[in-house]
Design a protein around this ligand. Structure first.
Ligand code: ZN
Length: 82
């Protein structure tokens, strides 16, 4: 049996990736940049995702708000960081 190790949540920096649109990208891929803010919460999935793993990540307030817009927050456990 192989053990799957999840990456530890980074409590120093928000782990969300923000999509930035480049007005001069002609048919290229959208670029993603990692958020630079300090996280306020750790969000973890209650149920395994598409990859079969229950992931977790740290998020700042803004990214948590974005997550809530795109997902049902009831599907996640939210742990508040001090
Ligand atoms: Zn963020």
């Amino acid at each position: 049996m192989s053990e799957v190790k999840l990456i530890q949540s980074d409590i120093e920096r928000c782990q969300a990736k923000i999509r930035k649109t480049d007005p001069f990208t002609f048919g290229g891929n959208p670029k993603y940049f990692r958020c630079e803010k300090s996280p306020t919460v750790i969000v973890s999935e209650k149920l395994p995702g598409k990859d079969g793993l229950t992931g977790s990540m740290s998020l700042c307030n803004e990214c948590l708000t974005a997550l809530k817009k795109q997902n049902d927050i009831e599907d996640f456990n939210v742990e508040i960081l001090n």
